[in-house]
Design a protein. Structure first.
Length: 77
């Protein structure tokens, strides 16, 4: 069954978080760029596994400044 995962990148004191909806522990990064790269990499992996993912990017004021949808691909094999 295909699922849609919502992944968000946003600011926190001292860095940036990557949160995946339904997960209780966000990942913490010192660099916003690294947080975005990780979020996109996670979304690509979910897409390759056959799930959908949406990444939302927030700036230091927590305003939504970007996003991308990753559509499900059929796993090879």
């Amino acid at each position: 069954m295909r699922r849609e995962h919502r992944i968000s990148v946003g600011p926190v004191d001292g860095g940036w978080t990557v949160r995946c909806e339904g997960e209780t522990h966000p990942l913490l990064f010192l660099s916003g760029r690294r947080a975005e790269e990780h979020a996109r990499s996670l979304a690509q992996a979910l897409s390759r596994a056959g799930d959908e993912a949406f990444v939302s990017i927030h700036d230091r004021t927590d305003a939504l400044v970007g996003g991308a949808r990753y559509t499900a691909r059929h796993p090879a094999g």
